[in-house]
Design a protein around this ligand. Structure first.
Ligand code: FAD
Length: 427
């Protein structure tokens, strides 16, 4: 019998999950995942909010006690959020399914067939307005009146399962939100092996090939070998593994910084709204209604009850200036980032004013970010191979690390299309 070739996929987020599922068609795949199965936040956020008075919630890193699959890194002025566990950061995502491949197209990378295949396969819909609160509907109208061109967000979701709990980013309790766990479990049904609690530390490279993948499984050192290795440990995880393996990355980290501008309006009910129901694309940033749990728990200005908060996200396309040194992330806003953020904040304040929330009832959230990437960016030279010349010939990176620039937009669908194409090139 002809033996299947073998592949290792590291990570089960946007890039890793689809690569594993596609490769399993031709290879025997082993999936190495640092985290465990995802466990959603199961307590009442409104109820937990009352505990803020006790001063228990001191530091954003404490969120892992409530939500073990959420990992927080802090830089000098920013909180970085990512997921660790089956499904990666997609389990914490708000389910936005946007195609955003302009920069890749400019390099000559055509992902049309992959986007078409993903759009056929995945539950992507804009049919969720029946779940909108009155406040969301009012916000949408204000955006329209101000000429901000709000667009109903395409979502990875089964709308009929949504119970309007607002928990999209801390673990959808009903399965209304789709995430990449579905692909991981499908790969396993197809015969792939999933090894959780297995943190890859480095790759051993000899004669231009990865010979072994070194990891710690449940704390014990282990090694794996395969014909092909796909590295998809995310924009903050992949560079560390590459650096540990003697492959330098570039100091071009972007993160899409997020700042929420919020106000207090009793009875607004915005906490019982699926997150980011619509998006307004502006020059270098997006605006979208978003309940910011990190600010709610850890930012003293957010001392109001959750059901009276009206909050809007600014998500910026930041300059690619940042690095990871060992496990320490260095990332700050640049001058132009700050300028753009300032004008976006002014716009949000105007929106809140029009919603009847005066300046004295408005406040800012904590600067945070959850779209890290860009430290081994693709260039036009790799448009056909999607393989960076610094990598051994049997190693591909298939996650946000290879995106050429910040999108300032939700990247899951684009990362998936890219990872799918990489898997197809190897199939
Ligand atoms: C709160 C929040 C909401 C978001 N909402 C959206 C949204 O609505 N739509 C959207 O498009 N994007 C959204 N994003 C961003 C999106 O989730 C990420 O950009 C995307 O998941 C990145 O994909 P990735 O494959 O690069 O990495 P990830 O999805 O982060 O996957 C990396 C995987 O690698 C694993 N890993 C890490 N290190 C190791 C190691 N050493 N060994 C083994 N495994 C390892 C991790 O556990 C994880 O499974 C959101 C992000 C956040 C934080």
């Amino acid at each position: 019998m002809h033996e299947k070739k073998t592949a290792i996929v590291i990570g089960t987020g946007a890039g890793g999950a689809i690569a594993a599922r596609e490769l399993q068609k031709k290879y025997q795949v082993t999936i190495l995942e640092a985290g465990k199965e995802f466990r959603p936040f199961s307590l009442s956020v409104r109820g937990m909010g009352k505990l803020r008075k006790t001063g228990l919630f001191l530091d954003e890193r404490m969120i892992s006690m409530l939500l073990p699959n959420m990992v927080i890194d802090k830089t000098k002025d920013m909180v970085l959020v990512r997921g660790r566990g089956v499904g990666g950061t997609t389990t914490l995502a708000t389910g936005n399914a946007l195609r955003y491949d302009g920069a890749l197209k400019r390099l000559g990378i055509d992902l049309d067939p992959q986007f078409e295949a993903l759009e056929r396969e995945l539950p992507i819909t804009t049919d969720h307005q029946k779940h909108w609160t009155e406040t969301t509907k009012r916000m949408f109208r204000v955006f329209e009146e101000m000429g901000l061109d709000p667009v109903v967000t395409p979502k990875f979701m089964y709308p009929e399962k949504c119970v309007e709990c607002g928990h999209c980013a801390i673990g959808c309790p009903t399965g209304a939100k789709w995430d990449t766990r579905a692909l991981v479990h499908e790969s396993v049904r197809m015969g792939a092996e999933l090894v959780t609690d297995c943190t890859v530390t480095s790759l051993e490279i000899k004669n231009g090939e990865v010979k072994s993948v070194h990891a710690r499984h449940k704390g014990k050192p282990v090694s794996y070998t395969a014909d092909l290795v796909i590295l998809a440990a995310g924009g903050l995880g992949t560079p560390v593994i590459l650096q540990n393996s003697g492959i330098a990355c570039k100091d071009t980290l972007f993160v899409d910084p997020v700042l929420c501008v919020a106000g207090y309006q009793p009875g607004a009910g915005q906490d019982r709204q699926l997150l980011m129901p619509f998006i307004s694309q502006q020059d270098g940033y997006i605006l979208s209604p978003y309940m910011d749990y990190l600010s709610f728990f850890f930012n003293k200005q957010w001392r109001y009850p959750m059901d009276g908060l009206v909050s809007m996200m600014i998500k910026l396309a930041d300059e690619p200036v940042g690095r990871i040194d060992g496990h320490r992330v260095e990332k700050s806003m640049t001058g132009p980032d700050d300028e753009r953020m300032k004008s976006a904040v002014a716009k949000c304040r105007e929106i809140l004013n029009k919603l009847g929330i005066p300046e004295e009832k408005q406040f800012l959230g904590t600067l945070n970010a959850g779209h890290p990437g860009g430290m081994l960016p693709l260039t036009a030279a790799e448009k056909d191979t999607l393989h960076h010349p610094a990598l051994p010939q049997n190693l591909y990176v298939a996650d946000a690390t290879i995106l050429p620039e910040s999108m300032g937009n939700p990247p899951i669908l684009t990362i998936m299309a890219l990872a799918m194409k990489i898997a197809e090139l190897k199939n």
